[in-house]
Design a protein around this ligand. Structure first.
Ligand code: PMP
Ligand code: GLN
Length: 383
């Protein structure tokens, strides 16, 4: 049976959001915003439906969106993937990840190197692909990989180095020397770099640097992103992958048999979003940065030890001082104890390393200010 080894199970997000709905607790678990994104993007989807964009779009996605993805990458990063051959639209970053790994893995001797903790679909998709998962730990409190551990993990069996930067669940942004080492190792061992950059616009300190922009990286890198976080439309499931044509073609070959195509009226709307002015992109990062500070202060006042994320929706806190020994049990009790839902970091780790993350909890900051303020008050009251 699928997942009999524990690699594939029901997602923690479904479990924790159901717990929030059942108990009426504030949901700082699943990472989705509780406010709508830019009105012009929402309006563009309504207009597309009214204009009849309701049938199958082309297999690679509509050209208007592929061109907007390419122009967006040029504007922010100086990359200019060819919309005709180097960009593919997918059903969210989730499908892009699945199609990419399934396309690249040849068999059970292939290894995929992943940083741990990791977004929950990574281990499941690696298991579906039949490859072996090799992990490099990111340790509390700054969650930076140790370069020696990274070097040890990559070898001639490495087919893919899978990177998520900015990182879910830790909020870490990789230092430049880590990015450079990833590219060096991929070159040395002829591995493909797959980089999940869905939080590319949610960075607080420095502009985002895509791995594909490093010298020597483009020709062996597939970059994945998604509209969900940038435009607060997580339910639209419009993602994309860009990179050299031969690699993108391989992903398309798998993708066409997963979903074929998706989201025709949402595709032109995301194109509108990607062409929005710089003020919009600065605004979403500034707003989330203020929320991160509010959440961090609230968690500190409630007695948590708190790490400082440089990007993403998330903040990791250590609940040890609140008596936690098992973050899973702590999170299952938190709705009754404090009226708040959060996610244990152990949901994002392999069983071998679970103990290292045993008291760490992930909180989502992508919620309204009044909701975060109320959550902080509840947590402080439950001390
Ligand atoms: N990768 C990461 C790191 C994520 O946090 C998420 C969740 N939003 C995804 C991929 C999935 O993105 P999408 O909703 O576009 O499938
Ligand atoms: N990416 C979001 C998170 O990490 C939600 C993912 C999901 O619900 N599958 O919370």
């Amino acid at each position: 049976l699928v997942g009999s080894d524990g690699s594939i199970h029901s997602t923690i997000f479904a479990e924790m959001s159901a717990l929030a709905a059942e108990t009426g607790a504030i949901n700082l678990g699943q990472g989705f915003p509780d406010e709508d994104g830019p009105p012009e993007v929402l309006e563009a989807a309504r207009e597309a439906i009214a204009a009849g964009a309701n049938q199958y779009p082309p297999g690679r996605g509509i050209l208007q969106l592929r061109s907007a993805i390419s122009e967006h990458q040029e504007r922010f990063y100086g990359l200019r993937p060819d919309p005709g051959s180097e960009v593919l639209v997918t059903a969210g970053a989730t499908e892009a990840l699945a199609a990419t790994l399934l396309a690249l893995v040849d068999g059970p001797d292939d290894e995929i190197v992943v940083f741990e903790p990791h977004y929950d679909s990574y281990a499941a998709v690696v298991a579906l692909s039949g490859a072996r998962l090799v992990t490099v730990p990111l340790r509390w409190p700054d969650f930076r990989p140790d370069l020696d551990e990274l070097r040890d993990a990559v070898g001639d069996r490495t087919r893919v180095i899978l990177v998520n930067d900015p990182h879910n669940p830790t909020g870490a942004v990789f230092p430049h020397e880590v990015r450079e080492e990833i590219v060096r190792l991929a070159e040395r061992h002829d591995a493909v770099i797959v980089t999940d950059e869905v939080y590319e616009h949610l960075v607080f300190d420095e502009p985002h640097v895509p791995l594909a922009t490093l010298p020597g990286a483009w020709e062996r890198t597939l970059t994945i992103s998604s509209a969900g976080k940038t435009f607060s439309v997580t339910g639209w499931k419009i993602g994309w992958v860009s990179g050299p044509a031969a690699l993108v073609d391989a992903v398309l070959t798998v993708k066409q048999f997963l979903t074929y195509v998706n989201g025709s009226p949402f595709q032109p709307a995301v194109a509108v979003g990607l062409r929005m002015d710089a003020g919009f992109f600065r605004g979403i990062a500034d707003s989330l940065s203020a929320k991160r500070d509010l959440l961090g202060d609230g968690l500190r006042s409630a007695g948590f030890d708190v790490s400082t994320p440089a990007g993403s929706y998330f903040t990791v806190a250590d609940a040890r001082a609140l008596g936690a020994t098992d973050a899973g049990a702590f999170c299952r009790e938190l709705p009754a104890r404090a009226g708040v839902v959060a996610i244990p970091l152990t949901a994002f780790t392999t069983s071998e390393r679970r103990a290292e993350y045993a008291t760490l909890v992930r909180f989502a900051a992508c919620k309204r200010v009044d909701i975060l303020t109320e959550a902080a008050a509840r947590l402080a009251g439950a001390r």
